[in-house]
Design a binder for this molecule. Structure first.
Ligand code: AMP
Length: 398
């Protein structure tokens, strides 16, 4: 995968870089409640400042749907960002027009300004060329550092990249390199773990993965659907019984493409989903009652999975193996995550995870920092796992 990075941008001194960041941060009572996304933008901002550029930050916040909604202003982000950066950050009440252009012109070399919510303009989400042109008039070059917004073809994520010299920022670059190492150009053998609630939400993902991986472990509620499709008794478990044909098709496709599928061989069953519930471990295929719910994979399944991980050089993970929010149904997810983390920290495994609840599950297991890379991108990460082209990334291709 080749894309333009800041290494390709020469002579930044005196130029204004329009930098698309993801500042769609959690807010509580008008204050930033989690500054992870602000921190993620720092390396790019600092690199541009060091090169003598002015930095004008573009971002969306929430869904104002093309109208000015004061509660969705990005202004509360200014001070926390300035504190993290250790330098002043200015603010402009509009991301385009005279307001934005004048504010940017008044910046000193190395100065930083945050421009108001791009989604206050209807042209943003419509990727309106006229709006993209207005944005382009505010700067000299474009840097996209928001992988998490790259699955959207919006003016500030895609249209603008067609109008100005466009580069991937430092966070975007790290993310793209990690994703490439995990699925684009991985060291083989590659194993995937896909868990979570439903097959129906991850059909495209499963279909893409079986064509690319050497092994795929399926866990969580979606494993119940596959087990049901194979005639295994799933009792009163969450399972999409109407998806049995689809599950069998995926299994057939995996076989045709040489992807070994690992389904749970033993199951942790309880009649209630509550902390410390009474559980029993059964073999897949044992008879269950209508009250029984399969809520986690058992130890034999984990042992088989960790052996498969040991036989792999690369791992990509999305979705928990059980109801990890409610102990003891977190056991398979936690044990597997710890094993993955050990392999990754020893250098034996490139391990990348992300999407939806995966970040929470890896944090719950206490291993998020030990993975090679954990993507917090959500939708963009999933679309990338589905093999879809991300418009914001395509626009940065060299
Ligand atoms: P997803 O967002 O599709 O990755 O699904 C994550 C959710 O799947 C989590 O909230 C888990 O509690 C849930 N989940 C995992 N395993 C099971 C299971 N065996 N039965 C019901 N829900 C499950």
């Amino acid at each position: 995968m080749t894309f333009r990075t800041l290494d390709d941008a020469s002579d930044l001194a005196g130029k204004t870089a329009l930098v698309r960041v993801d500042f769609n941060v959690p807010m509580e009572g008008g204050k930033v409640a989690d500054d992870t996304r602000l921190r993620a933008a720092l390396p790019t901002i600092q690199r541009l400042r060091d090169a003598g550029a002015k930095v004008a930050l573009l971002a969306h916040f929430d869904r104002p749907k093309g109208k000015v909604v004061p509660e969705m202003s990005l202004r509360p982000v200014v001070q926390p960002l300035a504190d993290l950066l250790g330098a002043p950050v200015r603010f402009a009440d509009d991301c385009v027009g005279e307001t934005a252009r004048t504010a940017v012109a008044e910046l000193d070399t190395g100065g930083v300004i945050l421009l108001e919510n791009v989604r206050f303009h209807g042209g943003e989400e419509k990727n309106d060329p006229a709006f993209a042109q207005q944005l382009a008039e505010v700067g000299d070059l474009y840097v996209n550092d928001a992988f998490s917004a790259a699955h959207r073809a919006h003016a500030s994520t895609e249209g603008l990249a067609r109008l100005l010299p466009a580069y991937a920022g430092e966070s975007m670059r790290r993310e793209l390199e990690a994703l490439d190492a995990a699925l684009g150009n991985p060291v083989k053998p590659v194993i995937g773990i896909v868990g979570g609630a439903k097959v129906s939400t991850k059909l495209d993902l499963l279909k893409n993965l079986v064509g690319r991986l050497d092994r795929l472990a399926i866990g969580g509620g979606m494993a119940n659907t596959f087990l049901f499709a194979q005639g295994v008794d799933v009792g009163g478990s969450l399972a999409e019984r109407d998806m049995a044909d689809t599950a069998r098709e995926i299994l057939a496709e995996a076989e045709a493409k040489g992807c070994e599928i690992l389904l749970p061989v033993d199951l942790v069953v309880a009649t209630e989903v509550k902390p410390g519930a009474e559980v029993r471990t059964v073999k897949a295929g044992d008879a269950l009652s209508d009250d029984d719910k399969i809520l986690d994979a058992g130890p034999a399944s984990v042992a088989r999975l960790t052996a498969a991980i040991d036989a792999s050089k690369t791992l990509i993970w999305n979705g928990p193996l059980g109801v990890f929010e409610v102990p003891p149904f977190d056991a398979a997810t936690v044990a597997t995550a710890k094993h993955v983390a050990d392999r990754a920290t020893s250098g034996a495994l490139t391990a990348v995870g992300g999407g939806g609840d995966t970040v929470a599950a890896l944090n719950h297991a206490g291993v998020a920092d030990d993975m090679t890379f954990v993507s917090t991108a959500g939708g963009a990460f999933l679309e990338w796992m589905e093999g879809k082209a991300l418009p914001g990334v395509e626009a940065l291709r060299a």
